[in-house]
Design a protein around this ligand. Structure first.
Ligand code: ADP
Length: 765
């Protein structure tokens, strides 16, 4: 049996199966029925052609021609319905109806009166009519392809036009005697593709389907080629060699199939679905990046930025649930600003559905509106409400992220340039992003709770410190006041009354000042950050700090030297606040150095610390304060930044905590290195913005190119080793004035684990 009848039989069976499967599917639309009619027509024609060819039967040839006459009509009706869809039964072109009538007439005439259907002229006219009709159907597709503004629609129609044209042409070629017999294969593939167009809701999925078909086709061709070559080689009688070659071919295929498949798949997906390939690459990168983010304030702009960079969206917004769950607030957007808040109750239909399904797409809802025309008006209203919410959010697809059964928020995207901009696979990719947002959101909530717990613990510690700090001066004030009470001064004291009264009043004023200082510093610490950050030269701030250092303290006792790196990139910071930090660190260093035989040394230097931030080159500005003072015992280092930790008589223990808070507000840190007796180094690290660093790198690159072989400016060399520290000056201790003290036991001092300060203890006379 030759190949042509077999392929006709296969085409008949498969076409029938495809038509049947579409017909059985719910909801059944008019286009489905017309598609089934068209495929059944093809099935009938193919089956009859098979019998006619197989048994060389003139009567079946005649019947198959009868079946073929209706092909243009069924094809055109289907394609018109397919393109116009729900618009009711499509009209048939008059020439098709007229042509069909003529051919039915002639065929009847030929059967019963004079057999003209076997003549070449009739055959040619018949083929011309049938194929012109089929080409006309393809032309409808082409016309729509030209007219449609949608990119997705265009791609889909292009596939259909090219496939249709190839199928009709291949079938036409089969009518030529001894022509190629690929027609049936084309018909099967094309009908399958058409059926998927009807069944699959997301049109873009067809691209992927086509991609898979192309992969399969390519593999089949490669493997057939391998078999073909090896089997062809064998002569008709060489049975042994035939089996050997078959074995060889099978082995080759088994070995080749896996790498070949991944190669072909990779190549084809890059060639056919470049956009999707690119999008998935970007989203993979974004998700890897999000794994390191804990702060939603960082995450939201990063996600939106990456989506914008992908150039697959024109609008995107992220809404996050209010803490009390009463609504969803806009956290950020790309494109025109949508409504800022959606009430959970008013938009319940939308959020409830999003929580249940995870995704809401405009087309999905619109399709449901059409498909459910018959259902209750209440359901229709719900669908309309969902559509409206999506519109107000400026989105065509909303992707929810939930924890357990609570909707935490939604990522809404849209590509204004296209109607159906995303395939199901792409929506899955975006869903992955939404999931990552959900995970970060949950992590950030846990993190915030932990921070809150730490904050409360620190607050407790601070309150104890504050109470202690306040109690001591109060004790002194009370003691002094009691001493000043009339009748409290002893006889002996009366002689020098004026003098001791002044002394006690001085104590009161001094202690009140001290209280005032503690309270204002404490407020500094507790007050939320209110600086104004702008790019500035940090070394300028350092120079100003030096000019403000109390000259009296430095005279002879301390040598201050500086080593500022040249042409450093600017840092975004608040000059006043930096000054406060630098001044505090310098004064601490000065106070740690006792005036002795060898003067103390303070070296203030700047430099650049290179680092990587999420794989990208980044840098920090370093300002180092290195002193040759007493140093800090290892046990104290961890307490330095706890409010009210101090080892000084007149210290408040708030300088470092305030400094740390300021630097952290600038996105930096303070590092401490010290050994007791060997001085201390405090390093302030301020992050340099990516743009400023890039500009700096560019300048140094140009510079070094100009001055080769001089290397580009590097961070300054490590400061020279300092001599062993001088000894700490004896603590400044106020001589206790004569007087009595009762009251204000210092329990806080005991509790804090620090010895109560001597200066606060007023000795009874
Ligand atoms: P205060 O200076 O009021 O004590 P700070 O918070 O500025 O408060 O400092 C806390 C403590 O840290 C100081 O009491 C001191 O013990 C220690 N300290 C700070 N800087 C230095 C330094 N450069 N060398 C040695 N000790 C230091």
């Amino acid at each position: 049996m030759s190949i042509a009848p077999v392929s006709a039989l296969v085409a008949a069976i498969v076409s029938f199966a495809i038509g049947g499967s579409v017909l059985l599917r719910e909801p059944r639309r008019r286009a489905h029925v017309l598609f089934a009619t068209f495929t059944f027509n093809i099935a009938l024609w193919s089956a009859l052609s098979f019998v006619a060819k197989r048994f060389d039967s003139p009567i079946f040839t005649w019947v198959s021609m009868l079946a073929a006459v209706s092909l243009p009509a069924t094809a055109q009706r289907f394609f018109q319905a397919f393109l116009g869809d729900e618009a009711g039964p499509p009209p048939l072109s008059r020439s098709t109806v007229f042509g069909a009538a003529i051919f039915y007439g002639i065929l009847c005439f030929s059967r019963f009166i004079e057999p003209v259907h076997t003549t070449v002229w009739f055959g040619a006219a018949f083929i011309a009519y049938v194929f012109a009709g089929l080409y006309l159907s393809v032309f409808y597709l082409y016309r729509r392809y030209r007219a449609t503004p949608s990119r997705v629609e265009k791609t889909r129609l292009l596939y259909l036009v090219v496939g249709g044209f190839a199928t009709v042409t291949a079938s036409l070629a089969e009518t030529i005697p001894r022509g190629p017999s690929f027609g049936s294969v084309f018909i099967i593939v094309y009908l399958y593709f058409l059926s998927q167009n009807l069944i699959r809701y997301r049109l873009l999925d067809l691209n992927e389907l086509l991609g898979r078909m192309v992969v399969l086709g390519t593999l089949v061709f490669i493997l057939t080629f391998i078999y073909g070559v090896l089997v062809r080689w064998v002569g008709p009688d060489e049975q042994g060699l035939f089996f050997f070659n078959t074995l060889l071919a099978s082995a080759t295929i088994v070995i080749l199939i896996e790498p070949l498949r991944s190669r072909v798949e990779g190549g084809i997906s890059r060639w056919m679905f470049q956009e999707k390939f690119e999008l998935s690459r970007r989203i993979e990168m974004l998700r890897a990046e999000l794994a390191n983010v804990i702060d939603m304030r960082v995450l939201v702009p990063r996600v939106l930025g990456a989506l914008e960079d992908s150039r697959r969206i024109t609008h995107a917004s992220i809404y996050l649930a209010d803490p009390d769950g009463s609504g969803y607030e806009l956290a950020g957007q790309v494109g025109p600003r949508p409504e800022a808040r959606f009430d959970a109750i008013t938009h319940r239909a939308f959020f409830e559905r999003l929580r249940r399904t995870g995704v809401i797409s405009l087309e999905g809802i619109e399709r449901e509106v059409v498909a459910r025309r018959t259902v209750s008006t209440e359901e229709q209203e719900t669908l309309q409400l969902i559509l409206r919410t999506l519109e107000q959010m400026n989105g065509s697809v909303a992707l929810g992220f939930s924890s357990e059964d609570q909707l935490l928020g939604t990522l809404v995207i849209r590509d204004d340039r296209l109607r159906e901009a995303y395939s199901s696979d792409e929506i899955e990719l975006f869903r992955g992003v939404a999931n990552s947002i959900g995970i970060t959101l949950q992590n950030s909530q846990v993190y915030e709770r932990m921070k809150e717990r730490d904050r409360l613990a620190a607050l407790g510690q601070m309150a104890a410190g504050l109470a202690h700090e306040i109690r001591n001066p109060l004790g002194s004030i009370k003691g002094a006041a009691q001493f000043l009470q009339p009748g409290q001064m002893g006889e002996g004291a009366k002689e020098g009354k004026g003098e001791s009264t002044r002394e006690f009043l001085d104590i009161i004023i001094e202690e009140v000042n001290r209280l005032n200082k503690i309270v204002s510093q404490f407020l500094d610490y507790a007050r939320p950050y209110r600086g104004e950050q702008r790019p500035l030269e940090v070394s300028e701030v350092l120079k100003k700090t030096l000019s403000l250092l109390p000259a009296a303290q430095l005279e002879g006792a301390i040598e201050i030297s500086t080593s500022f790196a040249e042409r450093m990139p600017p840092v975004r910071a608040d000059a006043e606040q930096l000054l406060q930090v630098f001044l505090n660190l310098s004064l601490n260093a000065i106070q740690a150095m006792a005036p002795g035989e060898t003067p103390g040394k303070l070296l203030i230097s700047t430099g650049l610390r290179r680092a990587t931030r999420r794989g990208a080159a980044a840098a920090f500005f370093e300002a180092r304060f290195r002193d040759s003072g007493v140093g800090i015992p290892p046990g104290d280092i961890k307490n330095l930044f706890i409010p009210f930790f101090t080892t000084k008589d007149k210290g408040t223990g708030l300088g470092l905590p305030i400094s740390q808070r300021i630097i952290e507000n600038h996105g930096g840190t303070i590092e401490v290195r010290s050994q007791p007796g060997e001085g201390a180094t405090f390093t302030v690290l301020l992050s340099i913005e990516a743009d400023a660093y890039a500009a700096y790198l560019e300048v140094t690159r140009v510079d070094s190119a100009r001055r080769t072989p001089t290397p580009p400016p590097l961070p300054p060399p490590a400061p020279p080793a300092l001599p062993p520290s001088a000894r700490l000056p004896p603590p400044i201790r106020r001589t206790p004035p004569p007087g009595t003290l009762e009251g204000f036991p210092s329990s806080a001092a005991k509790d804090s684990g620090r010895p109560p300060r001597e200066k606060s203890k007023l000795q009874p006379p």
